[in-house]
Design a protein around this ligand. Sequence first.
Ligand code: FAD
Length: 405
Amino acid sequence: MRAVRTTSQVGRQIVVAGGGLAGLRTVAGLRALRYDGAVTLIGAESRPPYDRPPLSKKLMAGQLDDTTLEPDLGSLGVDTRLGETATGVDAGPGSGGVLRTDHGEHRFDDLVLATGAVPVVLPGQGRQRFLRTIDDALTLRALLRPGLRLAIVGAGWIGAELATAAAGRGCLVTVVEAAAAPLAVAVGADVGALTTGWYAAAGVELRLRERVASVEPGGVALSSGGWLPADEVVTAVGVRPAVAWLEGSAVALDNGVAVDEQLRASVPGVWAVGDCMAFWSRRFQRRLRLEHWDGALRSPAAVAASLTGAPGGYDPVPYFWSEQFGRMIQYAGFHGGADRITVRGDPAEDRWAVFWLAGDVPVALLTVNSPRDLLQGRRLIEAGAGADATRLADPGVPVAQAAGG
Ligand code: FAD
C-alpha cells in the first residue's frame, strides 16, 4: 500500500466534473485513500454513474436492462449533483478556482475533469441515432425488430457491435464505411480487413469505400451520389472529447485536456481522467487520447494518489476489448510507431492474433478468441524487450516463449 498523507484534508474542496466511470472512480479513489475533505461530483446526465460497454452488447441483446455502477454515492460522502452541466472554469496561475455550471458555481481547490466524449454528428436533416448513453441504448433497442432497415454509418467498434445485436434481432442491417476495411481507423486497413468476412456471415451488408454525405429523412445520401433507404440511421463514426465547454479557459486543450504524466493540466490544481484526457505517454513518447474503459477505470487512481500525497503517475499499456459477431477481440499496446505486423494463426479460423512490431520489439497486439495470447503478449509489450517474430507467428509456441528476439 502506498504512503498516504496523514494530515486531515477537512476544509479542502475537490470538484469532479463528469459522472461517468472515470468520475466515479475518482471520487471512490479519493475516499479509498482516506481523503476526508469535501468532494462534489457534477454530472450532466440525470442518472448515477453507469457502465457503457454492455450498452452495445448484453443490453442491446436484451440480456440486461440496467448497468448502474454505484447507485448510492451518498455512502461515499460525495455531494452529487446530477443533471448539472459544467459550462466553464475560472482558474489562473494561482491554485484553486471556480467551476461554473448551468446551476451556479463551485469553488474548488482541485478540479478533476472527467467529461468523457460525445459522438460525432453527420450533416443532414434526417434523424440520426447514436449509441453513447443508456437512454440512447434503450431507445435503440426498443426499435430493433425483424425487417427493420437499419443503416449504421461507420464500421468501427460500436458499429460492429450494434450490427451484431441488430442482425441477431432480425433487422436488415447495412453498414456503410468510408475506409477500405472495418476498424481501419482503429487498427489500420490491413488488420481490419481480416474481419470483413464476419459481416456477410452474420447476414449484414457491409459497404466499404462508401462515404455518407448526409443523413436525410428516409435514408442516407452517399458522396458517390447514391442513396441508401433506411427506416433508422445510427451514426457511429467516432467520438470527440467533451471539452468544448473549456475553450477560452486557461486549461490547454490538444484533442482533449492536455495533461502530463501525472495527469495534471496546464493550470495548477486542474487534472483530467478518462476519455477526455490527452495524456503524455512516457512509454510511447507521444500524447495519447484513448477511448478505452480500462483508461477510465485506472487513470483516476493516479490522480487520487497525487491528490492525497501518494506517488501518482500514469504510464499504461493501453487495453481495449470488443465483442462482435460472436467473437472476443482484445487489443493491448499502441501500434502508432510500428513498422511491421506479424499474423499468428489463420484469420480464416476463429482464433488468431496480430502483433505489431517496431524493429523486433512488439508494441501492440490484437487477439481474436485468444485471451491467453493477449495476457502473455501484453506482458511482452510491458517489458518493452525484443521478440522473435517467427515464434510469435507460430500458434504452437506460447507467446511468452517468443521473448528475447
Ligand atoms: P463517459 O463515460 O463519457 O462519462 C462522462 C460523463 O460526463 C457523461 O455522463 C457525460 O454526460 C458527463 N459530462 C459531459 N460533459 C459534461 C459537462 N460539461 N458537465 C458535467 N458532466 C458532463 N471500451 C472498452 O474498452 N471496451 C468496450 O467494449 C467498450 N464498449 C463500449 C460500448 C459503448 C456503447 C460505448 C458508448 C463505449 C464503450 N467503450 C468500451 C468505451 C468506454 O465505455 C469509455 O472509454 C468510458 O465510458 C469512458 O468513461 P469516462 O468516464 O471517461 O467518460
